[in-house]
Design a protein. Sequence first.
Length: 417
Amino acid sequence: MDRIVIRGEARLEGEVQVSGSKNSALALMAASILGQGETRLRNVPRLRDVEAMLELLRALGAKADWSGAHQVCIDGSTISSAEAPYDLVRKMRASFMVLGPLLARFGTARVSEPGGCAIGVRPIDQHLKGLEALGAKIRLDHGYVEVSTTELRGGRFAFDVSTVNGTQNVMMAASLADGETIIENAAQEPEVVELAEFLGRMGADVSGAGSDRIRIRGVASLRGAAHQVSGDRIEAGTLLAAAAITRGDVTIRQIDSSTLESTLDKLRELGAVVEAGPDWARLKVDGPLQPLQVVTAPFPGYPTDMQAQIMAVLATVEGSSVVTERVFENRFMHVPEFQRMGADITLSGRAAHLRGVDRLMGAPVMATDLRASAGLILAGLAARGDTIVNRVYHIDRGYERIEEKLRSLGAEIRREG
Ligand code: EPU
């Protein structure tokens, strides 16, 4: 099994390009189910999660494959099955996003319940509440969610919690429903906005995405569309955090910096010099860093997907910091691994209290989920000696060639088979 070996303490410097957004790409791929004809997505990251979604689309009967280094081509017209099997959904929770599109196209869908995962219970009640508001009947049957309707019609409802994939699932279904749907307390993440733009290209009528109230006027049919996937704001933030933890100077390119504001604000508060233009950002450390209070929240708040990374940085900053996780109930699996590297962290409920140490120490550690592994790699970049990150398949779910990118910035990092 692959592992990543890092010899720490190299200062990162230089420029690097951010890959396309994993979470946008996955939603757009699910949306392709709605279209008659071909969808072409460019700037798609080469990731295990993207492969898993391609596999699922093929299992449904779609033509779905890479048509270039970072381009996928999907033709949903040949979809013959509305059932997403356990083996495929279990691999990746985002697979559950095919539920809304399948229901809208076929009037019925059967998708395995995704279950919990390392970062929390992650229920699907809000997805189902939204689809019910559109007239779907829901049945839970032996680990599967079965939805059906004789007529999908527009509805008005409010989510009880802000949910990204829940909002996306319902937006997709509502695009082919009869009449108008209003979603209140909608998630405002950039990936929701990007899906709305893409649905618009397919012929849908969606407005208000990016606010907490989205209106969708259903249309009779949608077509395939072409789209360039935006840069990945979490990869971008991770690379800037790598610059911060190594007290370096890194410029990232191909990223809409307006999607990074809360991350950039925190990095500025940390004491780093942060500059940004429309499609780039630069972080430079030229003085001591300050401890921070960080609380994760739905967009535009500080992203939960950047929590492990900022914690790694704060573990190396003198003084007391507190990182509070408010989005997922169990997203601190990286803490014991950071402790193995000498970090001084005490957990109390949803808060991690840190006292920065002078130096982290390299150690063998285990990745438990995607963003935790990113945090461990960052910690390894700053640590004295060698850090060996095991179970790197987690990182391959969401970061394309991370070790090559970091190496191009001066990190001593390699993958071992
Ligand atoms: N929730 C419910 N009921 C639901 C849905 C969600 O209670 O029906 C709760 C969740 O348990 C959680 C909160 O709502 O406590 C927010 O979860 P959300 O639904 O927004 O998460 P998601 O849509 O399943 C996406 C990303 C995650 C990211 C979260 C939050 C994708 C494929 N995944 O998940 O990305 O952490 O939004 O921003 O878009 C990652 O990339 O590493 C990752 C986990």
